[in-house]
Design a protein. Structure first.
Length: 265
């Protein structure tokens, strides 16, 4: 029997009302009552939350963050999202807009992000950012010498972040350098996160995270260069348990949260 529906959506949104407000990566939805519309169609209770939040809750309850009190979760893919679970509860902030970690700027003179700010980590280290960096590098450094060029069929416009990851696994030095540069940017961002929150664990998921797995040990060790705390290297940086199924697990976590709240009310 189906007891409810859990939906992961790009934010910003209001998790209390289920209204999607103004997500940069989903411009067709502005103040859209997603929970109400879904409930009307399926005649079931609906819980809506930021996809980063929902995935964070799933990882904290059943995944890589299980057993840790305070979990910071980052998802790196087409965009960069985040979620914070403190003492087993999602942190939403005053209006539900907290957790937009992908739109923390690390370079106020940098490129303009889809959200309108400059130098957000999303515009610098997401999947599309990796692809742009690869195209620039190949255009400047004899592209035909790189495996990326072969995977893209000789077209710079066809280069994707997935091709960069695949080429790196095949030993391509240009692809490895591109991913290493991306990790360097993530160092700065995660250092700020750790200095602000000092979570018990950092969990990283999303499509790009899978290609960054060879760098995870370096990411944990390298935090000390970007953190004030001398004990930051004690915080594990681990790959997410659910990977590409993070949205499914996140939706289930939202339903379990809603069911638990109903039992306690």
């Amino acid at each position: 029997m189906i007891h409810g529906v859990g939906i992961c959506s790009p934010g910003p949104l209001d998790p209390k009302t289920g209204v999607v407000i103004n997500p940069p990566n989903l411009p067709c939805w502005r103040n859209y009552p997603l929970a109400a519309e879904t409930a009307r169609i399926y005649q079931l209770p609906v819980s809506v939350d930021n996809d980063g939040n929902a995935s964070a809750l799933a990882e904290a309850r059943w995944g890589a963050g299980y057993g840790y009190r305070n979990v910071f979760y980052a998802t790196i893919g087409t965009g960069i999202g985040a979620g914070m679970v403190f003492d087993g509860q999602l942190y939403h902030g005053r209006t539900g807009a907290a957790g937009e970690g992908g739109h923390m700027s690390i370079d106020y003179r940098g490129s303009t992000c889809g959200c309108g700010k400059r130098g957000c980590i999303e515009v610098l280290a997401s999947g599309p950012a990796i692809a742009r960096r690869a195209r620039t590098k190949l255009a400047q450094e004899s592209p035909r010498a790189s495996t990326i060029w072969e995977l893209a069929g000789g077209s710079l416009e066809a280069v994707t972040s997935e091709m960069v990851g695949q080429a790196s696994m095949m030993g391509d030095t240009a692809a490895h350098a591109i991913l290493a540069e991306t990790v360097g940017l993530l160092f700065v961002w995660l250092g700020n996160i750790v200095d602000l929150l000092e979570p018990d664990i950092v969990v990283i998921g999303g499509g790009v995270a899978s290609m960054l797995k060879p760098f995870f040990a370096d990411m944990q060790a390298g935090l000390s260069r970007f953190c004030v705390s001398s004990r930051c290297s004690e915080i594990p940086v681990l790959p997410a348990c659910y990977g590409e199924d993070a949205g499914v697990a996140g939706g289930a976590a939202l339903c379990s949260r809603a069911e638990l709240s109903a039992q306690l009310s």
